[in-house]
Design a protein around this ligand. Structure first.
Ligand code: IVH
Length: 693
């Protein structure tokens, strides 16, 4: 985390600018987390962005944006999978952190049911598995539908994917070999539980992904979600997914009158139920089981983040009911983040693509929650000062669900050791290293003189979101750079003149070199947004690059505007582009080294004009208004879908409106549409209209 400026010290312009960037940043991280299962920051860092946003909004209430993160509730997952409305909503759980919270939970059950203060309350207790919940619908014992939780009311249809998971039976087995229906499998039975990936399988999958240049997952939960939520079930089939049942949804009959009894029946039908599920009575036994599971936590094959207690008697569950979206009869007792102690051996400083110097802690290897850890990021000099760490210190490490662990405390701040000081020069090129005013990050000022920055920029240039050259991964980039075959990005396109040199190198044969050169040739006309993103200009991510070429048509024009007299105003007039990006663009194109790289590159490649990938559809070019409450999609999702089909979405009905999509509760807009004789359809009509688009 970079340091946050105190909102009280901000000018109104700074605040507006920062709020705009926060809105975009949060939206992006939401997309990465929910849509792509590929978060780039930890939950704690995400929360810090939200807190920063709220603090600025509190100081400047008139600047709250319509797209502010404070107005978003969750994220309507954008997904190519079909939507499924759950027959019974999939709920979430309230949390307990301290033992007293568990006592309060049991006390509130007694009060609600008007039991005496000492009345026995039986609970089930079981691990809270860190996976994603899934509902499996069995009709007459056959698996007919599987859906993810989604927003609890509507999930995604993952039936073909779930059919590839070995733990999940296609057909429920009759207990004791009896007659299936005579022997107690109800007509309709939805089993709910957790799809997860074991820790060892997750690590092996990431190794495999790394070897083939695929997506690296941040933790087992994201790996499980990414593997399940696939359009192509063959991908799911190749991933080691597992399942554990923890409850049920719609059922035509129940095989028992307690939570434990029903779970035992489910296990009897052949669906895995965790062996640590037990029945306990009262707070003391519940906490004892919590401690027992906590003690096993690091050795369990999968990640868990707490223990779930549920009232055992189903008639009591019925009476207790729900508050908001969580049952009154269940609670998740969370574990603290997993920690371990180790010795800090050294602090190395790495140089990134934009010259940022990142201190990395090299640690005596230690297992944190079952994962061996030997490195941790120290972020920046402020973080090192906060911790007061020096090589030799004993430190506490923490892994909070994510792979990248953090150092939380220094156990030996008073040991007699010299302070570690942040280098004043870049460890790679010796140029001065400085922090810009008001920034905590220290950067190498060497620009493209710095080999570390050059190589990181080259890696970025060929990365997936940029030129994405098949067979030219980070490893080959480093190899060719170190061998002096490439110095800058344009050299990649001159590698064909070095065919003989490459062939002399170990591991390269005629065929692999030909494939590589062909893949490079195939990128001589890169999409302009990929090209622009690939340059690695500070603050210009994929979305900004696209916004820029969309507005200006060509990359040449973007460069021209960036350095022109009125460029700043022209750039900041674009929705989503603020002064920070405008300045970064100007700085980049003003710098002579970058100009050289740019000219050299454009002598080798020619990015074509921007072509919008908006599809032709029955609504292209039409102005659409959504009104009333939408049931199968969020407002944002409806808007995004309409826009991707070439429609313009407007908030109000006028003579220019072509189509109104009205859900229940639509009022004045519907009336106005009728007055103006504009076509009105309902949500189902909309889906039918765009179904084949
Ligand atoms: S019971 C009505 N039991 O945790 C209660 N949930 O934070 C519904 N989870 O969405 C959930 N292990 O995906 C229950 N043993 C367990 C669980 C569990 C993991 C997940 C589940 C739920 C989330 C709520």
């Amino acid at each position: 985390m970079t340091g946050m400026t105190d909102p009280a010290m901000m000018t109104e312009a700074d605040a507006a600018n920062r709020l705009m960037r926060l809105a975009r940043e949060v939206a992006r991280h939401n997309r990465l987390y929910h849509g792509d299962d590929m978060p780039e920051i930890s939950d704690a860092e995400f929360d810090a962005l939200i807190r920063e946003n709220s603090a600025i909004e509190a100081a400047f209430p008139h600047l709250v944006r319509p797209d502010s993160p404070s107005k978003l509730v969750g994220h309507a997952a954008s997904s190519p999978l079909a939507k499924v409305t759950h027959a019974r909503p999939m709920l979430s759980l309230g949390n307990a952190f301290a033992d007293e919270d568990v006592a309060d939970f049991i006390g509130s059950i007694r009060r609600f049911l008007r039991l005496g203060d000492d009345a026995p309350v039986a609970l089930t207790a079981e691990p809270k598995i860190d996976g994603l919940s899934c509902s499996l619908r069995y009709e007459r014992g056959e698996l007919v539908l599987a859906a993810t939780r989604g927003d609890g009311a509507v999930g995604e249809d993952v039936t073909p994917n779930v059919r590839t998971i070995a733990d999940i039976p296609q057909r429920l087995v009759a207990p004791h070999g009896g007659d299936l229906f005579g022997d107690g499998v109800p007509d309709v039975f939805e089993i709910r539980g957790e799809v997860y990936m074991a820790k060892a399988d997750f690590l092996a999958l990431n190794d495999q992904q790394e070897a083939k240049g695929g997506k690296i997952f941040a933790n087992p939960r994201n790996a499980a979600a990414g593997s399940l939520r696939q359009k192509d079930a063959k991908v799911t089939a190749a991933r080691p997914l597992r399942f554990l049942a923890h409850g049920w949804g719609e059922v035509s009959a129940l095989p028992a009158d307690t939570q434990m009894g029903v779970m035992q029946a489910i296990a009897g039908w052949g669906v895995p139920v965790d062996e640590r599920l037990v029945r306990v009575e009262g707070e003391r036994e519940a906490l004892a089981h919590y401690r027992a599971i906590e003690a096993q936590r690091a050795d369990l094959p999968f990640d868990i983040d707490g223990v779930v207690y549920k009232v055992d008697r189903l008639d009591w569950q019925e009476r207790l009911g729900f508050v908001a979206r969580a049952p009154r009869w269940a609670i998740a007792h969370k574990f603290p983040a997993e920690q371990a102690q180790t010795t800090l051996l050294a602090i190395d400083v790495q140089v990134g693509r934009t010259g940022k110097l990142t201190p990395v802690a090299r640690l005596e290897p230690v297992s944190v929650g079952g994962v061996m850890v030997s490195n941790a990021t120290l972020h920046n000099p402020d973080e090192i000062a906060r911790l007061g760490v020096r090589p030799g210190d004993r430190v506490v490490l923490q892994r909070a669900g994510d792979v990248i662990p953090q150092i939380v405390t220094n156990l030996t701040p008073d040991a007699d050791r010299g302070d570690w000081s942040f280098p004043a020069h870049c460890p790679e090129c010796g140029s001065e290293a400085v922090a810009a005013e008001g920034e905590v990050d220290v950067r190498c000022t060497g620009g493209l003189i710095c080999p570390a920055q050059r190589i990181e920029r080259l890696k970025h240039f060929v990365s997936r979101g940029a030129l994405d050259i098949d067979g030219l991964g980070e490893k080959s980039i480093v190899e060719f750079f170190e061998a002096g075959l490439i110095h800058g990005p344009a050299d990649i396109f001159r590698l064909r003149q070095q065919r003989g040199e490459i062939l002399k190198r170990e591991g390269w044969q005629d065929k692999s070199v030909d494939n590589l050169l062909a893949a490079i040739e195939a990128r001589r006309q890169p999409a302009p947004e990929r090209f622009l993103f690939g340059l690695g200009i500070r603050h210009v991510g994929q979305v900004t690059a696209k916004d820029l070429v969309k507005s200006f048509g060509t990359v040449e024009r973007v460069a021209e505007v960036a350095t022109s007299e009125g460029g700043h105003a022209e750039l900041t007039a674009i929705d989503g582009i603020g002064p920070v990006v405008a300045e970064a663009l100007r700085d980049f194109f003003h710098e002579p080294h970058n100009r050289e790289v740019w000219d050299d590159l454009l002598s080798e490649v020619s990015p074509p004009d921007y072509v919008s990938n908006v599809r032709a559809s029955p609504v292209s070019g039409k102005t659409v208004v959504f009104t009333g409450s939408l049931e199968t999609m969020s407002r944002d999702e409806a808007k995004a879908q309409a826009e991707s089909l070439g429609a313009k979405v407007s908030g109000s009905v006028s003579a220019k409106t072509d189509l109104v999509v009205a859900g229940p509760g639509a009022g004045s807009k519907l009336k106005k549409a009728a007055e103006l004789g504009i076509q009105v359809i309902d949500e189902a009509g909309w889906h039918a209209l765009v179904a084949d688009a």
